[in-house]
Design a protein around this ligand. Structure first.
Ligand code: SAM
Ligand code: SF4
Length: 452
């Protein structure tokens, strides 16, 4: 049997796509391996969101090329595929910069991989056209055993692409226009996942709350309505969704946070900046105060919300005072966890052409201050859960024998002293201690069992 190694960079969407590629290649006679050295096929599923992410691919390709040479000396062939957003953005340029690469395939075309690999026996190939057909219709369904292997929490893509065109972002160019999958296709996939033992679904999309898929009755369903339908599936105990845009948090979705016990009290809602002028330059189409008011409304619906965000510091022209607006917004709103980045100019985006790029040292200093504040808030949030009883979904064995590891409703990692429960069980835990990356707790009630 031939072996395939897939390495994924960047967002959850890429994790999901990497799994779909692996599913598809199993039907082509490949088995997945975790060791690149023994792979007959190496796939790098790349990310183009920041310069560093894109450059990582080229340095990894250097390493893979050495491996290919080494295997060649033993008479073994290795095919190299570059997939994902760097493939989409750079296309043929990858073949020029990295002569060892055999196939370049964009994120909307990976269902063509078997055909591309056949072609690659005689020539190097690039496939980055945006196709008319839906790639999901061409992907094979993973077996129960493969789903089980991946655990009790699963991603499910419901929406792809983005029409928002934030001026810093490459996503609309690499992932294409916004498209929602139909409710029936999503429900079918969710039923299959539940049947294989999945307990938690995280619905994903570049702009997931802009979801507007065709319902079984022919009408257009919003994300709020879709969540209600998915919550009815037996076995599915937890629902999450990511990543959302503040402009698309509609009343139905906010109400779902109040009415749907399966919808976890966690929300990743990127604000990017606290300065109205910078938000306008970013084309985010909301102000800092509109974001504050939105969070107030969501917290009215779900008082225990753990809020998370992305931030960019050093956007072109950002002044000290405008950066302070971001610090103020963070202090006002309070975040349970966050991701923050130095602005990275991306070729072809409007912001990369703007004057007054902020010096690297200033970006670094602002990022350090912001991360300091965000980390203080994260730790305070985690300490605040000590003494509480929380439901924990058990996902894997813990760090030490006799321990299990799982996630709280707020997406915190929790380590529990227990060996009498199963992966997939949801147990009620009293949190006893907050470490820097995990909480620790003891089971007070066995709770909701996974199906045998
Ligand atoms: N759709 C999401 C939204 O609207 O917030 C974001 C998706 S993007 C894949 C993830 C994060 O990467 C963004 O929220 C932003 O903070 C960051 N990002 C995107 N482009 C960037 C750039 N050019 N430089 C630095 N960070 C960037
Ligand atoms: Fe990028 Fe998100 Fe803006 Fe779309 S909404 S352009 S994915 S940052």
């Amino acid at each position: 049997m031939k072996k395939v190694f897939v390495k994924s960079y960047g967002c959850q969407m890429n994790v999901y796509d990497a799994e779909r590629m692996a599913d598809m290649l199993t039907t082509e006679g490949y088995a997945e391996t975790k060791a690149m050295e023994e792979a007959d096929l190496v796939i790098l599923n790349t990310c183009h969101i920041r310069e560093k992410a894109a450059e990582k691919v080229y340095s990894e390709l250097g390493r893979v090329r050495e491996l290919k040479k080494e295997r060649q000396t033993h008479g073994q062939e290795t095919k190299i595929v570059v997939a994902g957003c760097v493939a989409q953005a750079e296309g043929k340029e990858i073949l020029r910069r990295a002569p060892a690469v055999d196939v370049v395939v964009g994120p909307q075309n990976y269902h063509n991989l078997p055909e591309l690999l056949r072609k690659a026996r005689s020539e190097r190939v690039v496939d980055t056209e945006f196709p008319i057909e839906d790639k999901f219709d061409h992907l094979p369904k993973p077996s129960k055993a493969m789903i089980r292997n991946r655990g009790v929490s699963s991603f499910l893509t419901i929406q792809e692409g983005c029409d928002k065109f934030c001026t810093f972002c490459v996503v609309p160019y690499t992932r294409g226009a916004e498209v929602s999958r139909s409710v029936s296709k999503i429900v079918d996939e969710a039923l299959r996942l539940a049947d294989a033992g999945v307990r938690e679904l995280t619905l994903i999309g570049q702009n997931v709350n802009a979801y507007h898929g065709e319902g079984p009755d022919g009408s257009i369903w919003s994300l709020g309505k879709l969540l209600h339908r998915l919550a009815e599936i037996p076995g599915i105990a937890r629902l999450r969704y990511t990543t959302s845009h503040p402009r698309d948090m509609d009343d139905e979705l906010i109400a779902a946070h109040r009415d749907l016990p399966a919808l976890m009290p966690y929300l990743h809602l990127p604000v990017q900046s606290g300065s109205n002028r910078i938000l306008d330059e970013m084309n985010r189409k909301h102000t800092g105060d509109e974001y504050r008011r939105l969070i107030e409304r969501i917290r009215k619906a779900q008082a225990n919300l753990a809020l998370s965000s992305d931030f960019i510091v050093g956007f072109p022209g950002e002044t000290d005072a405008e950066f302070e607006d971001t610090m103020r917004l963070v202090a006002d709103v309070g975040f349970a966890s966050s991701f923050s980045f130095k602005y990275s100019p991306r070729p072809g985006t409007p912001a990369a052409e703007m004057g007054l790029q902020v010096p690297e040292a200033v970006k670094a200093e602002r990022l350090a201050r912001l991360q300091n504040l965000l980390e203080t808030q994260r730790q305070a949030f985690n300490r605040g859960t000590v003494g509480q009883t929380l439901d924990v979904l058990l996902e894997k064995p813990g760090r030490h024998p006799g321990q299990m590891a799982g996630k709280s409703p707020y997406l915190q990692a929790v380590q529990i002293e227990t060996d009498c429960h199963h992966i997939g069980d949801i147990v009620t835990v009293r949190i006893t201690q907050a470490g820097s990356n995990s909480l620790f707790g003891e089971v007070v009630k066995p709770g909701n069992q996974a199906a045998a």
